[in-house]
Design a binder for this molecule. Sequence first.
Ligand SMILES: [Zn+2]
Length: 191
Amino acid sequence: MWNASDDEIGQFLRLAAERILDLKRDPRIKYVSLFKDYGTNSGQEFSHPTSQITATMFVPRRVLYELRAGREYFVSKERCVFCDILIRRSGRPSRVIEARGDYVAIGPYAPRVPYETWILSRNHEASFERTGLSKPGLRTNLAALLRRTLQRIRVLTEGFHLVLHTSPNSLHPSRTLGYWKTIDDDYQLAY
Ligand SMILES: [Zn+2]
């Protein structure tokens, strides 16, 4: 992906958004994951360039923790935790890796792995497929930042995981789980 042009990555993002939206039309599907494992130590399965999409009847555990934490933060502060992280990080130049239009690549506080990088939008949006399909300008900036971030990671390491964090299937929301009710306000998409 880091060898592709911004335009080609933009087309990939649009294709991914279309596939995610199509899978979410199925009411059985609770979550759609888009990810790329690169390098033999990172679980790469095929020798050719590939990204994977999986649709599951449950929300993966890590995303569930994010949803719960995002909702708890929203309940106490009436603000999105990801937007607040971005505001605080933007005030500290050492944490901002690069900004491109509305998108910012940051080094998160207490990363789980070395060189963990988050790409967030300054404009709050919970759903990747909504942004990916409706706003070509945003897609272009995201494509450029994604390519440049991957190029940086590739200089440092032979393997990485690239994961999209987007909202669960809000076309068919749960009637029982509380975090769905404010999901458009308290959750934010990130790479
Ligand atoms: Zn936000």
